[in-house]
Design a binder for this molecule. Structure first.
Ligand code: NAP
Length: 334
């Protein structure tokens, strides 16, 4: 790999989360460029970080070609992904550039899954959900190795830090799908969803059945045939979308993000009924996502990747958690 190709492009960099991702890339002195559809916001950010920039809409194939030339990896930070993932993934397939996004939309994961063969032919790693799901998936992989023939995975996600405008808009694309679970290897709707209590260190918390993405991503990394997911809050689309999105704040302030932590608790049951539990103690959501996606991008920049459609766990196993600052996995029962 030539040294010229050691660069990263962040598309949607001037969004709320994109800016924090770019700031993290600066912190690690990564060689990167930014892109986005808004000329003023993109140029302002490029000036602030003193990095090259590109302005183009997500449908502009020629502009993608130009911007991805000499890049090794793209972070697509522009969501809702319903409107950006297909174009950005295709651009990466055409350019032979590894693809990462921070989507929480299940349809984006399915799209990545459907492009597996093309990604292999292009020699790229295609990973959707490289934000909060990096430590989540690492936790699932960790537990799946502690029992014989793991049969069931249950995950509770404790979110701290409110929601960005982009997350409120995107969560509509999750809430609309209903309460999906994986049962006997198939994705089905749970017709009788019930809350479940999870243990996050000292505290216990009742979480609500919510399809978070592990039914696709952690199935990819562990092949566990039965997966149920729970969230500590209602998805914002269920009670915030009546508000005009223009009136929503961009997202939590730096102080608000620093004031609490996220927890991800999981349990896996083996074929003999043995249950193992662990949890991940991590920075709050909008700090964790940038730390996570940059951890994965950094691995790719060091030529550590697996070609084809990958989840964080299928590409990196539980090891990736060590790359995420202030994040640790704690076993509860062995
Ligand atoms: N699961 C996770 O780990 C996690 C965590 C955080 C965020 N997210 C997801 O990341 C996405 C971005 O969140 P955010 O908080 O940064 O939202 P945001 O502040 O609204 O920023 C969205 C960014 O995407 C751009 N964008 C939106 N639609 C576009 C389109 N059709 N074409 C080109 N650019 C487009 C916006 O450009 P303009 O400024 O021009 O509108 C902006 O730069 C959301 O989907 C959110 O759910 C996921």
């Amino acid at each position: 790999m030539s040294t010229k190709k050691k660069t990263l492009l962040i598309y949607g960099a001037s969004g709320y989360t994109g800016k924090i991702i770019a700031a993290r890339a600066i912190e690690l002195s990564l060689d990167f460029e930014i892109a986005g559809r808004d000329p003023i916001k993109t140029q302002e950010l490029a000036r602030k970080f003193k990095v090259p920039f590109h302005v183009f809409t997500v449908d502009d194939e020629n502009a993608w070609k130009k911007a991805l030339k000499d890049k090794q990896v793209l972070i697509n930070a522009a969501g809702p992904y319903k409107f950006t993932a297909k174009q950005a993934m295709n651009a990466c397939l055409n350019a032979g550039v590894h693809y990462l996004d921070i989507s929480a939309e299940l349809d984006t994961y399915k799209l990545a899954e459907s492009l597996d063969d093309k990604a292999k032919k292009a020699g790229i790693q295609l990973m959707s959900g490289a934000g909060l799901f990096v430590s989540y998936d690492a936790l699932a992989v960790h537990l799946s190795k502690l029992v014989e023939k793991p049969q069931q995975l249950k995950v509770g996600f404790q979110h701290y830090g409110g929601f960005s405008k982009g997350s409120v808009l995107s969560s509509k694309n999750i809430a609309n799908l209903g309460v999906l679970i994986r049962k006997d290897g198939q994705i089905i709707e749970n017709k009788d969803p019930q809350p479940k209590v999870f243990s996050f260190g000292k505290g216990q918390l009742e979480c609500l059945p919510t399809p978070l993405g592990g039914i696709i991503l952690s199935y990819k990394s562990t092949q566990i045939p039965n997966i149920e997911e729970y969230f500590s809050l209602k998805l914002p689309a269920t009670d915030m979308l009546d508000l005009n999105p223009e009136n929503l704040p961009d997202g939590p302030t730096e102080d608000e993000r620093a004031a609490g932590r996220n927890g991800i608790a999981a349990e896996v049951t083996g074929i003999d009924g043995k249950v193992v539990k662990a949890w991940v103690d991590a920075p709050s959501g909008y700090n964790l996502t940038p730390l996570s996606v940059i951890a994965v991008a950094h691995r790719i920049l060091k030529n550590d990747y697996k070609i084809g459609y990958q989840s964080p766990g299928s590409a990196y196993g539980e090891d990736i958690i060590k790359d995420i600052p202030e994040t640790r996995l704690i076993d509860l029962v062995k």
